[in-house]
Design a protein around this ligand. Structure first.
Ligand SMILES: CC1=C(/C=C/C(C)=C/C=C/C(C)=C/C=C/C=C(C)/C=C/C=O)C(C)(C)CCC1
Ligand SMILES: [Fe+2]
Length: 563
């Protein structure tokens, strides 16, 4: 058992060297540290809370493999760790907490994301290429215990073993030695063998309690233990649906699991459902694409109580780009504005399509929520679906190249985004609407990485939490609470810091939509990382817990309540 703290400012390159050499600052020899405990208890409106005046930090574990990326460009000062590889084969430790963690908050927040962007001295290009990294925050009786671990996908293990990229990632393709192996490569691409299983995008808790990390490849569905972050094995689908890719964000509740399988051969989407406790997806229906040579990219989609909404955007998969060795500006995709854009609505019970409307062009990766609109007689007249919309501009994909993220010069380069609100009539009209749900200036014209109170999934709702922007910036840098009724936003900001997706956790017994806390993890400008708790209602800081090292950026999280 060992721990480390980087006590004096050092460049990432220096830190990396030390990790390898075992000299001071190296994690190899590490040391444990502890401070006196002094829990002062006091009564609060919401019940008894613990104030951590000084917290005993039990011995932390730092894996001997802990390594910081050798990417170039760092000065001598410590700087933002968000875009830096932090390899932790297994780290655990209690975090010193400033402020008060509500005593009702008992459970585990898990965050997944691509936190390791190099193999040896080869640096990956794109944010989405990195190897899956789990960070865990376990809240118990006012204390906060953290963990950090790499997911042991085949792609990751092969890269570590062979010291080179072995599977196709978002923008990276393994080098082929000669023509014959290229032919073999093509075959393995069509069979899916060369595609990655690097489950670096999200993490969900299924209704039956299993916790699964996901990406866009079906084979990249990996079960993990939420207590130890250990990789348990592949989530094997027991049906015969086949296919290689699916939506990275299934809709998951205690009783439902929905996902979409894009069909690249006969352009369309298969809508499937899986019961808790089962590994068998059942086909509920199919949507045929109305435009373009291939289906639009489906990273996520929304549902209402009775319907599945299937977006068809003009940013479409591209078979040729899937085959290419070098990335194109749109990676595996192509922009087909002439193919138009559509929203389809399928009845969950019958699999019938009840609406298929043309909408203005859009670019979205994350839907926020959707709900049904009813007339006075309770008949559903339309669907409203909200998303983080990039003003029909695909350049955000290029902005997420690591080189761009690592080279912020103070220029305002983050493209504008908004809360895009689709209105889809169910009366057979051919067109739907898309407009901003609130003035984008409310959130600095940055908008992505969203969550809601899960009790409001598919229902009329008022609040959403997301990352917005305080400009100038090159990446969303605020945490934002959106009030979609008052059309206002509250923004939290720490200059120079990058916060990850805010996740809302409701207070048990809450009756108000925003009664709960918002959890995020922040990489700050000093190279440090901290877990942050905001009050869901006031959006003010309640507590933070500092990590003894800087945190890489992470994408999506989930909440696992106490057993
Ligand atoms: C698309 C294919 C693949 C991989 C896809 C992956 C890993 C996609 C990941 C997408 C993510 C994480 C999207 C997040 C978007 C966040 C945004 C826009 C934030 C904006 C902030 O302003 C392969 C599996 C590699 C191959 C098949 C095709
Ligand atoms: Fe996502």
């Amino acid at each position: 058992m060992a721990s480390t703290q980087f006590s004096s400012p050092r460049s990432h390159a220096q830190q990396a060297t030390m990790a390898v050499s075992g000299k001071p600052g190296s994690v190899k020899g590490g040391c444990s540290f502890g401070r006196a405990v002094n829990f002062s208890r006091k009564h609060h409106k919401g019940g008894l809370r613990v104030r951590n005046v000084a917290t005993r930090l039990p011995e932390t574990q730092v894996s001997p493999e802990t390594q910081v990326s050798p990417e170039k460009g760092g000065g001598n000062e410590r700087k933002l760790a968000a875009w830096t590889s932090i390899r932790q084969e297994r780290w655990e430790g209690e975090l010193a907490v400033q402020g008060e963690i509500p005593l009702w908050l008992n459970g585990t927040y898990l965050r997944n994301g691509p936190g390791l962007w190099h193999i040896g001295d080869y640096n990956f290009r794109h944010l989405f290429d990195g190897y899956a990294t789990l960070v865990r925050l376990h809240f118990q009786d006012g204390r906060l215990i953290a963990g950090h671990r790499q997911i042991q996908s085949e792609a990751y293990k092969a890269a570590i073993k062979n010291k080179k990229l072995c599977y196709r990632e978002f923008s990276e393709v393994p080098k082929t030695d000669n023509f014959l192996s290229y032919v073999g490569e093509l075959a393995s691409l069509f069979s899916g063998a060369s595609l990655t299983d690097n489950a670096n995008t999200g993490v969900v808790r299924l209704g039956d309690g299993r916790v699964v990390c996901l990406t866009e490849t079906i084979k990249g569905s990996i079960i993990i233990d939420p207590d130890t972050l250990e990789t348990m094995g592949k989530f094997e689908y027991s049906d015969t649906l086949g296919g290689l890719i699916h939506s990275a964000h299934p809709i998951v509740t205690e009783s439902e699991f929905w996902t979409l399988l894009p069909d690249l051969v006969k352009p369309g989407y298969i809508v499937v459902r899986m019961e808790p406790g089962s590994n068998e997806r059942k086909v509920i229906g199919r949507v045929n694409c109305r435009g373009g040579p291939a289906p639009g990219w489906i990273h996520s989609f929304p549902v209402t109580e009775h319907y599945v909404v299937v977006p068809e955007m003009s940013l479409r998969y591209c078979a040729q780009n899937l085959l290419r060795a070098e990335p194109t500006p749109l990676y595996k995709f192509e922009w087909h504005p002439l193919s138009k854009a559509f929203m389809h609505v399928m009845c969950k019970a019958s699999g019938k399509i009840v609406a298929s409307v043309e909408v203005p062009l859009y670019v979205t990766f994350h839907f926020i929520n959707a709900y049904e609109e009813k007339d006075e007689d309770g008949r559903v007249t339309g669907i409203v679906a909200d998303c983080c919309e990039h003003n029909a501009d695909t350049t955000i994909l290029d902005k997420l190249r690591l080189q761009n993220l690592r080279s912020f010069s103070g220029e305002d380069v983050l493209p504008d985004a908004r809360v895009g609100r689709f209105t889809i009539p169910l009366d057979g009209s051919p067109y739907g609407k898309l407009e901003a749900a609130l003035n984008p200036d409310e959130h600095g014209r940055g908008m992505d990485m969203c969550s809601i109170n899960p009790a409001y999934l598919g229902k009329t709702y008022r609040y959403a939490y997301a990352c917005g922007a305080q400009r100038p910036c090159n990446f969303p840098n605020t945490l934002t609470k959106l009030d979609l009724v008052e059309k206002k936003a509250k923004n939290w900001f720490d200059e120079g810091a990058v916060p990850s997706e805010p996740l809302f956790v409701a207070r048990p017994g809450a009756t108000e939509e925003d009664d709960g806390v918002v959890i995020s993890m922040v990489s700050d400008k000093n190279g440090e990382g901290y877990a942050l708790l905001l009050d869901g209602r006031t959006f003010e800081e309640i507590a933070r817990g500092k990590f003894p090292y800087g945190l890489p950026y992470g994408l999506h999280g989930c909440w696992v309540p106490k057993k």
